[in-house]
Write a protein that binds this ligand. Structure first.
Ligand code: PLP
Length: 512
């Protein structure tokens, strides 16, 4: 094979520069946290419940970390329960309280902009007889307190109000919500996951009954969360087993994760001291984005929102294309929250603040972190600029969920399957696909239509991504890659796969 035939391979080379701007999805583990976790993994393997020396040593590690978490949020150590993640902590509060109050009281009032770990749990609880009402929010996502006051009644046992929103960075007046709830005898759960490390969090002065936290949002490890339960507030374990965590959460403690979480919390004041610098970088990026696209709409509150979060709509931009271009340039941002990124459905938060489906799909979230530099911001701004000035190669990324019958049988779409022969055994091709092996693509360029949308597919979406960029570099106007490949599509649309896959497939032959 001539080397010329492998020209597409240059589209495989990853960009050397990496700019991570998705800190609301997760953060890197800090050096101090890593060091502590390694120490614990190496030297402390005793079960914290065991009574002999190594067990006592592990119990002491848990105790110290609990104090560090408590100090970071101005709570008492006995008010902290370690969990597997914040999702678990939110589930624990909602399910435990529903059990405790039902059927005496049946209602929970929540904001519609809460994280899915709250919203989806509430939707489940509805099926168990709990009445759930969502309080309207203003265009910045802030609870309408007058409406909230009207919604909470004698039936209401809980109000859910997050402190900081993960998608748009809005900070709620949780203190005011607590005062309203208290007038009606309702408890308050505040999801503080995005707040800790970005803004001061003082659970005692907020007055909430329950608050939830996650280590991986503040440079700690994934797989450990914390639940604050105000002394005297009702709570019963929803994971049954041993007597760990004072009977509030059974299961042997994840010692190294808990120790890492402790160190991450010990460093919270240092994180807070960087907030001003991060806000200045955020404002700089917003300025640069506005200079490139004067019509962009910043959805995040600029002065009193989280210092690191920018949610921005670029009217008429295809955010899947934009995200692909940013990714190709080593820049990580997300379409909405990481939790819904796979679904390709408009974000519930953006819908709640009044965006149309279309505008929601033109919106991306950029979230800065401690390691973000001025150079990173300059670099990212330039990539945005080149994209909007048409100077970058841009392909579309089609989510498997979006590839429905309408798109499959759209006469405008030319489906290209670039899997090598041996991989075709695993999955049948998409209906109406044109098959050619990726290694030979250069020989077939003349046969591919330049006036149609070319949808490139492969097994899992990697080859097609590279090939789509290659075709784009060869002047094909509209090229997309099927994200997660035919495997992902089959998982999403098993019924369509059964009905249509493998039908009307053309094997391309080299032109004479
Ligand atoms: N709550 C909010 C606001 C979040 O942003 C997240 C994570 O994205 C969670 C809860 C869930 O945290 P975890 O990943 O620890 O389950």
């Amino acid at each position: 094979m001539e080397i010329r035939q492998l020209e597409f391979l240059k589209h495989l080379l990853p960009c050397k520069r990496r700019v991570y701007l998705d800190h609301n999805a997760t953060t890197n583990v800090s050096r101090r946290v890593r060091r502590r976790m390694n120490q614990v993994l190496k030297h402390a393997y005793g079960n914290p419940s065991s009574l002999y020396a190594s067990g006592r040593k592990s119990a002491e590690i848990v105790r110290a970390a609990r104090k560090q978490v408590a100090d970071a949020i101005h709570a008492d150590a006995q008010e902290i329960v370690f969990t597997g993640c914040a999702t678990e902590a939110n589930n624990a509060v909602l399910k435990s309280l529903s059990n405790f109050f039902y059927p005496r009281r049946k209602k929970i009032v929540s904001l519609p902009v809460e994280h899915p770990s709250v919203i989806q749990t509430l939707e489940f609880l509805k099926t168990q007889g709990i009445a759930v009402e969502y309080c309207p929010v203003d265009p910045w996502g802030r609870a309408r307190l007058d409406e909230l006051e009207k919604m909470i009644d004698g039936e209401t046992f809980l109000v859910c109000c997050m402190l900081a929103n993960n998608e748009i960075g809005t900070i709620q007046d949780v203190g005011a919500v607590v005062r309203i709830a208290a007038r009606h005898g309702a408890l308050v759960l505040s999801d503080c996951v995005q707040a800790l490390g970005k803004i001061p969090v003082d659970v005692h002065s907020l007055g909430v009954d329950y608050a939830t936290f996650s280590a991986h949002k503040l440079y700690g490890p994934k797989g450990v969360g914390a639940l604050y339960v105000k002394q005297g507030s009702p709570f019963a374990s929803f994971i049954h087993g041993g007597h760990q965590e004072s009977g509030m959460r059974a299961g042997t403690e994840s010692l190294h994760n808990i120790a890492g979480f402790g160190v991450a919390c010990r460093d919270v004041n240092e994180l807070l001291s960087r907030a001003r610098r991060i806000r200045a970088l955020k404002n700089r990026l917003i300025e640069r984005l506005r200079a490139v696209r004067a019509d962009c709409v910043i959805l995040s509150p600029e002065d009193d929102g989280l210092p690191n979060t920018i949610s921005v709509t670029f009217p008429r931009a295809n955010n899947a294309e934009l995200l692909a271009v940013l990714d190709r340039h080593g820049i990580a941002v997300s379409a909405a929250s990481a939790c819904s990124a796979q679904e390709d459905t408009p974000s519930h938060v953006l819908k709640a603040i009044g965006l149309s489906d279309q505008s929601a799909k033109e919106t991306i979230r950029i979230s800065l972190g401690c390691g973000t530099s001025r150079r990173d911001i300059g670099y990212a701004a330039n990539v945005f600029k080149d994209f909007f000035n048409g100077k970058t190669l841009a392909i579309g990324l089609i989510a498997p969920a979006r590839l429905d019958e309408a798109m499959l049988f759209d006469r405008e779409t030319y489906i290209l399957d670039v899997r090598p022969q041996f991989l075709r055994k695993n999955f049948k091709s998409l209906p109406n696909a044109h098959e050619l092996s990726f290694v030979a693509v250069e020989k077939y360029l003349a046969q591919l239509p330049r006036d149609r949308h070319i949808l490139v597919s492969c097994q899992h979406g990697n080859l097609s991504y590279i090939l789509a960029y290659y075709l784009k570099s060869k002047g094909f106007a509209r090229v997309s890659s099927l994200r997660n490949g035919i495997g992902g599509w089959k998982k999403e649309h098993g019924d369509l796969y059964q009905r249509y896959a493998g039908q009307n497939v053309t094997v391309l032959k080299p032109s004479k």
